[in-house]
Design a protein around this ligand. Structure first.
Ligand SMILES: [Zn+2]
Length: 448
């Protein structure tokens, strides 16, 4: 417990140093590049795209085993159409031969990583180069916050899937101040009818400019606030990410919290990103990665037609994602945007709908747990099968020779408390879910 207080004290002291002095040069340079890219013309975007793709592809051919074997040759690309000779890869392919997709150009200490289950229940151990990819991500978040109309160094309340660390361990209390980020983190797992009033009081005391949240968490928060008739401090913006922001959720969030929601679309794989500008259009970040929209046969679709987003990231040297199937569907708009930026606009974006289980008391428990490789190690695929309110079976498949996960249940209980009873069942394989796709939650066997 003492250690926690010492760390917390150190963070408060660090926060006294002006942020301009704390900021590494690499982050400053990337932030400036990200700002400048917004003035690019369409011609400039096309030229930069080919140049960046050539950099990513030639590095992959030299340093990534899969591409040493499967690259079609013909580098450098002359136009972006030449990229269509490169193989399209999906999550399962990469997960099965993960070592062949990691670059050997960096020593392990120059990389960071984590596992994500995504919405398919197939964990993927992603690695990023460090600190470069981290700084890039940070710089692109600054763009998002700028588009949302937030000032530099704004105060934020965070309601996402991360654990709240208190003096007695994770989730030992429901709030945490992170002074160096000017953030108040609220636990999404302890948010309920019983706790909503103290949550709102804590928020009012903190005087935030913005709420950064998962759409499902922000919607739950807004519904609880409305049911209790509570009043909130004024916010300048709400920033949502990591799940699709459903129209009905957007309506209740904006009405109840009294600010516009700016939505961000991205992935742990960091191959594609898009965000809403001041006019509400979703712009693809053309300096982040190259997004294609392909039909079922792998051919590019025309503007206005819906297809799958297949993306190539520009900024991760540790594990390049090249023509990666995201599983998300979208359409390019044939029109530009009134904001004047030349970044392509998505007229339709069907990302990940929030996955959830129903708790004993009938409330929804969002399944964005942020489980790491420690909890998921050895699991090839897992899926939740709801049995009754508050009861769910987790069926999982282990990699050949791997042991069953020892701390998965504990990790889930820290996050959902008594809301859900879990039962772990090891199986040899999981059949494809509805529509032939792998899913994280399968309700097909549940008859209420
Ligand atoms: Zn715009």
């Amino acid at each position: 417990m003492l250690e926690w207080y010492v760390t917390q004290g150190a963070k408060h002291t660090l926060a006294l140093v002006p942020s301009a002095l704390r900021e590494p040069m690499g982050l400053w340079r990337r932030s400036r590049a990200v700002l400048q890219a917004e003035t690019w013309t369409r011609e400039r975007i096309r030229a930069e795209r080919v140049q960046r793709l050539n950099r990513v592809l030639s590095r992959a051919v030299r340093h990534v085993a899969f591409y040493r074997e499967h690259a079609p040759g013909g580098l450098p690309l002359r136009t972006v159409e030449d990229l269509q000779h490169w193989p399209v890869v999906d999550r399962s392919t990469i997960s099965e031969r993960i070592d062949e997709f990691r670059s050997d150009c960096l020593p392990k200490w120059r990389t960071r990583g984590g596992a994500t289950t995504g919405r398919s229940g197939v964990p993927l151990g992603v690695r990023w180069d460090w600190p470069g990819a981290l700084w890039w991500e940070h710089a692109f978040h600054r763009r998002l916050f700028r588009w949302a109309g937030l000032p530099k160094g704004f105060r934020r309340v965070i309601l996402r899937g991360g654990l709240v660390h208190g003096p007695r361990g994770p989730e030992s209390r429901w709030w945490q101040v992170v002074p160096q980020h000017r953030a108040l983190v609220l636990s999404v797992f302890q948010l309920s009818h019983a706790t909503i009033e103290p949550y709102v009081r804590a928020m009012a005391r903190f005087q935030p400019h913005a709420l950064l949240a998962y759409p499902s968490a922000a919607a739950k928060f807004a519904r609880l606030v409305r049911e209790r008739g509570l009043s909130l401090p004024p916010l300048r913006a709400i920033v949502t990410s990591s799940e699709s922001l459903l129209p009905e959720d957007r309506a209740i969030i904006e009405e109840t919290l009294g600010a516009t929601a700016t939505d961000f679309y991205g992935h742990a794989e960091r191959a594609v990103a898009a965000a809403q500008c001041e006019h509400g259009s979703y712009h693809v970040f053309e300096d982040y990665g190259y997004a294609e929209i392909l039909d079922a046969a792998g051919e590019p679709v025309l503007p206005g037609a819906v297809g799958e987003i297949v993306a190539t990231g520009f900024h991760n040297r540790a594990m390049p994602f090249i023509r990666y199937r995201t599983g998300d569907h979208a359409a390019f708009s044939p029109d530009g945007c009134a904001c004047g930026r030349a970044f392509r606009v998505l007229s339709i974006l069907e990302g990940r709908p929030p996955e959830y289980l129903i708790a004993h008391d009938g409330t929804r428990v969002a399944l964005r747990f942020g489980l790491g490789s420690a909890e998921l190690g050895g699991i090839e695929e897992l899926r939740f099968f709801p049995r009754a309110p508050g009861v769910a079976e987790i069926r999982y498949v282990c990699r050949a020779g791997a042991a069953a996960p020892s701390n998965l249940l504990d990790s889930l209980r820290i996050r959902t408390g008594d809301a859900i009873d879990y039962r772990l069942v090891r199986v040899d394989r999981l059949h494809a879910g509805p529509g032939g796709k792998a899913v994280l939650v399968d309700r097909s066997e549940y008859r209420p």
